[in-house]
Write a protein that binds this ligand. Structure first.
Ligand code: DAH
Length: 333
């Protein structure tokens, strides 16, 4: 029985859960010391048997008890050790995580769309590869009309071309919808231009409202554009200047008081105090005739999204919006 004593010590001295498992097998296994002790009972004198069995069973349960207690202690110690080794030092610098953001042109486009959607304008898209009829002819820009010179573009065969403006979406929409119409058309347009303020591809947003004859006036147009420009630029002055577009009559160009100098006159506004931001007018009867609309009236407008983005973010060179320079773009996140 004294043999069992050393196993109590072995359990207390065991330094790992694995070692403890070895001990458990040596004590409680089929060929373990307890099994051997019980086996010895067979040869013991009969009157001692019950006493031996009693003692052995007491040792059996207290050894099991010791094993369980030691196992819990060792497991706790091992867990603490592992937690210490894997601990995260929250005061250390982490590797930088980069968050993506919208390009300033797209962000500006979204804001403009947001305004007109809230005014119940539907959002339409046309085709970037357009035909001569939709891009020019139906917009009162017949072949050889001098106004076509301002919109030179890239041509394919069969009178197909890259659209020079979003105005053809007016035509496409009117051709397959009955009036009334309230729409905007955001999208990319193309021209053969490249300098400080022009790129071969840029974005426009077109607007068109058509209703019964006599229902749409220049006053309606003026109201919505003033409200829109204040939404985009805050408290600015808005001015309408008579102008010419083949698809509107009368036509106007719209200026806002310079956002850089508050109208005092600076380099950006060429000392005029005003910045031109869009074109608009009352839809020319020839346009309605081209799409077979009768007894209607309407207004239209068109604007360049990059120009808006440049004024909102005070960007000097339009081309920088197309270079994909991360350092430049990060400023607008
Ligand atoms: N399409 C014109 C351009 O690209 C912009 C424009 C001006 C659109 C007046 C309009 C408008 O609808 O009424 O220069």
């Amino acid at each position: 029985m004294s043999l069992l004593k050393e196993w109590y010590d072995a359990i207390t001295e065991a330094q790992s859960v694995e070692k403890l498992e070895e001990i458990r097998i040596s004590v409680f296994g089929k060929k373990g010391v307890l099994a051997a002790e019980f086996a010895k009972m067979k040869t013991a004198p009969n009157e001692q048997k019950s006493q031996i069995a009693k003692e052995l069973n007491t040792h059996k349960s207290s050894l099991m008890n010791e094993l369980t207690v030691r196992k819990i202690t060792l497991q706790t110690l091992e867990l603490e050790k592992a937690m210490k080794a894997e601990a995260i030092d929250v005061s250390l610098f982490s590797s930088k995580s980069e968050a993506g953001a919208l390009h300033p042109v797209m962000e500006t486009m979204d804001r403009i769309v947001e305004y007109f959607s809230s005014m119940n304008f539907a959002v339409k898209t046309g085709n970037m590869v357009e035909d001569d009829f939709n891009n020019f002819e139906a917009l009162n820009l017949p072949k050889y009309h001098p106004a076509r010179d301002m919109q030179d573009t890239f041509y394919f065969k069969d009178e197909m071309l890259l659209r020079t403006h979003t105005s053809p979406v007016q035509i496409r929409t009117m051709m397959n919808t009955k009036p009334p119409i309230r729409m905007i058309a955001p999208g990319a347009v193309f021209r053969r231009d490249y300098d400080l303020t022009h790129t071969p591809m840029f974005h426009q947003i077109e607007g068109l409202l058509v209703d019964k004859e006599g229902k749409v006036s220049f006053a309606n147009l003026k109201y919505i554009l003033e409200d829109f420009l204040k939404y985009m630029f805050g408290e600015v002055e808005v001015r309408f200047r008579p102008s010419f577009f083949p698809f509107t009559e009368p036509s106007a160009e719209v200026d806002i008081s310079c956002v850089f100098c508050k109208g005092k006159g600076c380099r950006v506004c060429s000392k005029t105090g005003w910045l031109e931001v869009l074109g608009c007018g009352i839809v020319d009867p020839n346009v309605f005739e081209a799409v077979n609309y009768k007894d209607v009236s309407g207004y239209a407008f068109g604007l360049g999204v990059e120009r808006f983005a440049m004024l909102i973010h005070q960007i000097g060179d339009l081309r920088s919006l197309f270079e994909g320079d991360i350092k430049f773009l990060e400023q607008f996140q």
